[in-house]
Design a binder for this molecule. Structure first.
Ligand code: CA
Length: 235
């Protein structure tokens, strides 16, 4: 998952980014004013934006209004220094999904961030399931058939992203965009490595393979025995 943090207090932005990277395994980009945030959001794919309310150049509220008027469904968590009811109400009416009042507890912010990402993907439960594969997104643990799979942090990130889009074929570019920050191009050859690691740790030894490659198109996490009348046809 990739998160955009728009916050002009640089230390706070760094702390939030650090928490998201270390505790949730997310890729994070930081913008220090509203215009830079608007630019990043229009040029990258994010799974969540964490937006300070009072920002130079363009306020958090302006950003939310703009995104919603453009039809963007990007989940937005607002950071507000003022917890006046009127502000919060108008923020939510403008299309923000949630807010946290400063000073906030980082653990609470992370929990809210994770919940918004799950809801944004249409999977509100903290645990994702595909056949006998279970991914606990709170503890970041993975089990296949009840057996714990010991994934590296990057393998976990790839798997979690695929699990949020069950059955869909996800391109390598989409994975890279959502798993890395703005430097992602330089990682373009590593996805295959993570996929083969996942195959070894999740599929090896199981009769039903869950990780599928569509040549030239991407990867999918699915239980093919599910699709009874399967569309077949190799690629
Ligand atoms: Ca501010």
């Amino acid at each position: 998952m990739r998160v955009l943090v728009i916050e002009d207090e640089r230390r706070l932005a760094e702390n939030v980014a650090h928490g998201l990277r270390e505790n949730a395994g997310y890729a994070v980009d930081i913008a220090n004013d509203g215009e830079q945030g608007a630019f990043l959001a229009s040029t990258n794919e994010y799974d969540l934006a964490i937006v300070d309310l009072m920002l130079p150049k363009l306020s958090g509220q302006d950003l939310v209004r703009r995104w919603r008027s453009e039809g963007s469904r990007l989940p937005v968590l607002i950071l507000t220094a003022r917890d006046e009811k009127a502000t919060v109400v108008s923020l939510l009416n403008a299309g923000a999904d949630d807010y946290v009042a400063k000073p906030f507890d980082l653990g609470e912010l992370l929990a809210r961030a994770k919940a918004l990402i799950r809801r944004g993907k249409g999977r509100p439960a903290p645990s994702l399931r595909v056949a006998d594969l279970e991914i606990n997104t709170v503890e970041r643990t993975v089990r296949r058939g009840g057996r714990v799979a010991h994934l590296t942090p990057m393998e976990y990130r790839v798997l979690e992203y695929l699990a949020h889009r069950p059955r869909a074929v996800v391109s390598k570019e989409e994975l890279l965009e959502h798993l890395y920050d703005y430097n992602w191009e330089k990682f373009s050859n590593v996805i295959e490595v993570y996929i083969s690691g996942l195959r070894r740790k999740i599929d090896a030894g199981s009769e039903i393979k869950l990780i599928h490659t569509s040549r030239g198109q991407g990867y999918a996490l699915r239980d093919e025995s599910d699709a009874a009348a399967g569309s077949g046809g190799g690629g």
